[in-house]
Design a protein around this ligand. Structure first.
Ligand SMILES: *[C@@H]1O[C@H](CO)[C@@H](O)[C@H](O)[C@H]1NC(C)=O
Length: 567
């Protein structure tokens, strides 16, 4: 399938200028009309392109379904991973099973495929997880739509059937949601179960208990602020995933200056972004003519004097720690050391921003008004060892909720994927702290929604019912794919699930450890209500949008105008 080069199924368009011109005798009007009727009239600028009705729809379906097929093997606890190789010269390698990461990395040329890619990005930004589910559901809806269109059911009828189905499914999901928001103990258990469910489809699945606890602890520290910025993730090669831990404080991967104190208590921190590198003459583009080396030394002395003044102004802030975004050269470093102040250079931009956030300070670049500058504070700064490296550890910071997750792992790919997985879990948990309702995973919610939609279809007269039934079928495809990915007999399992839900056992879902169906409430396969609802609504909306298309018009590629016209 030409996923990446666009689907080239378009009707043959003959350019208008190719009608036969016979020399000698001018063409009569009727002859021109006759030749025009053979060659279609091209109303678009040359190079522009149009795909109409059936062709347009076909190309949309093919593109969207191909995207669904691409990511669906990653769905569920037994989903597979993909290797993505970057286009750069180094060909960076990413191993992932995160839908959004995969879709972001592939370049697609098919407009419908692009819609799905964008949708998964939005899902990633808004709720952080469910990026694969949403893509697969939208693609399955379109697969169903293709069959209905082949049966000559008009897209508008399908759409109106789908809309009613979405409403019913949404209502069913809402009614099935459980809220433990008022029960502290139960809610923490919910969080832990959600965290475990999210992680179980990812790389961290073998250590999911460890990481689930870690993620919950980190998010609970945030309390109501829900600001994930306060959770800093540091990746350090070496050790194994199980050695990863949560540190209650802030870690900065930098060095303390030579001869300066390595441990400070009750620290006042000045965070700044200023040049501290003028002890060497570095004036570009200007020329200074001197007649002796003594003069050079003089200039150097003057520069040094200036730097000394600057350091004195900085010290007037009553600080014992100075952190600069830029480099600090030897001379100011010595001055700080003499004053007993810890100076940390070259803390990059994100480091400085985050430090300012967690220590409650502000980034400064002028030092004339110490009274106006907001200093950062913390109880203790010391050096700690992680693996082979020394890092600087800030504890007792002003923003009490700040913490750092130190990830350890054998390869950079493992660390990167672990960070993505952890990020997804953190996002979902932060969401759940705000919207405390939960639903069951493992295909349970999808079966529940499918049943309600099927019931609605049975009560609906007319063709819309067919569209509703197809909606239910698409929903049931999610448990089917989860079971398929694990290598079980999906047809059998989904039929069992369907029967169970028909009997009113609404908490039944897939037990992918044993290849049977099981009670999700006992297994603790919990998911966030918010994420599930978003998956349903986004997928339905995107599928509808693609289904509405009956024309694809492509602008002519922009041409480079040659400098000299040949004529
Ligand atoms: C969380 O999962 C455990 C099983 O791992 C289960 O026993 C418990 O009931 C679940 N908690 C909630 C609140 O659903």
């Amino acid at each position: 399938m030409h996923l990446c080069s666009g689907v080239s199924l378009r009707s043959c368009v003959t350019p208008i200028c190719s009608f036969p011109v016979r020399a000698r005798r001018p063409l009569s009007n009727s002859e021109i009309m006759a030749s025009l009727s053979m060659a279609p009239v091209n109303i678009f600028r040359q190079g522009a392109d149009e795909e109409k009705a059936e062709t347009a729809r076909l190309s949309s379906f093919i593109g969207a379904i191909a995207i669904g097929d691409l990511v669906k093997s990653t769905l569920g606890p037994k989903g597979m991973d993909k290797i993505l190789i970057g286009g750069g010269r180094e060909g960076s390698v990413t191993v992932t099973n995160d839908g959004a990461t995969i879709l972001k990395a592939i370049g697609v040329d098919n407009p419908a495929a692009k819609v799905l890619v964008d949708m998964s990005k939005t899902q990633d930004d808004e709720v952080g997880d469910g990026t694969t589910s949403v893509t697969v559901l939208a693609a399955e809806l379109l697969r169903e739509a293709e069959l209905l269109i082949a049966k000559k059911i008009h897209p508008q009828i399908i759409i109106s059937g789908w809309r009613k189905a979405t409403q019913a499914a949404r209502q069913a999901l809402k009614e099935a949601a459980v809220d433990h928001g008022n029960d502290q103990v139960k809610f923490q258990e919910d969080l832990l179960n959600i965290s475990r469910t999210t992680l179980s489809s990812k790389l961290l699945t073998h250590h999911k208990d460890h990481f689930a606890k870690l993620a919950v602890e980190a998010v609970l520290r945030l309390k109501s602020s829900g600001n994930l910025e306060a959770i800093h993730v540091i990746k350090k090669l070496g050790g194994s995933l199980i050695d990863s831990y949560l540190d209650e404080g802030f870690l900065l991967d930098k060095k303390i200056g030579v001869n300066q104190p390595k441990r400070l208590e009750n620290v006042n921190i000045l965070i700044s972004n200023t040049g501290m590198d003028t002890d060497k003459i570095k004036i570009f583009g200007s020329r200074v003519r001197v007649d002796s080396t003594a003069k050079v030394a003089e200039i150097e002395m003057a520069e040094k004097e200036k730097m000394k003044e600057k350091v004195e102004r900085i010290l007037k802030h009553g600080i014992n720690c100075f952190i600069n975004r830029q480099l600090i050269y030897n001379y100011p470093e010595q001055l700080f050391a003499a004053a007993g102040v810890m100076a940390i250079e070259h803390a990059d931009f994100s480091g400085v921003e985050r430090l300012a956030l967690v220590t409650g300070g502000e980034i400064t670049s002028t030092f004339d008004h110490p009274e106006l500058v907001k200093l950062g504070h913390c109880k203790l700064i010391e050096e700690v060892m992680i693996g082979e490296d020394t890092l600087i550890h800030f504890s007792g910071v002003a923003m009490g909720e700040a913490c750092t997750v130190v990830l350890r792992g054998a390869t950079q790919q493992i660390l990167d994927e672990a960070e993505r997985s952890l990020h997804d879990a953190l996002c979902v948990l932060a969401q759940t702290v705000k919207e405390t309702r939960t639903v069951y995973g493992g295909g349970c919610s999808e079966m529940l929604m499918a049943k309600v939609v099927t019931d609605l279809a049975l009560r609906t007269p007319g063709k819309e019912a067919v569209a509703m039934e197809s909606f239910a079928k698409a929903l049931r495809m999610l448990p089917t794919i989860i079971a398929d990915n694990a290598g079980y007999d999906s047809a059998d399992l989904v039929a069992q699930l369907r029967a169970a839900h028909q009997e009113g056992k609404t908490t039944m879902g897939l037990n992918m450890n044993q290849g049977t169906i099981g009670d999700m409430s006992e297994m603790g396969v919990t998911e966030s209500f918010q994420v599930k609802r978003q998956v349903l609504l986004s997928a339905a909306e995107a599928a509808e949008m693609i289904l509405r298309v009956d024309n694809i018009i492509k602008a002519a590629p922009r041409k480079r105008v040659p400098d000299h016209h040949p004529c």
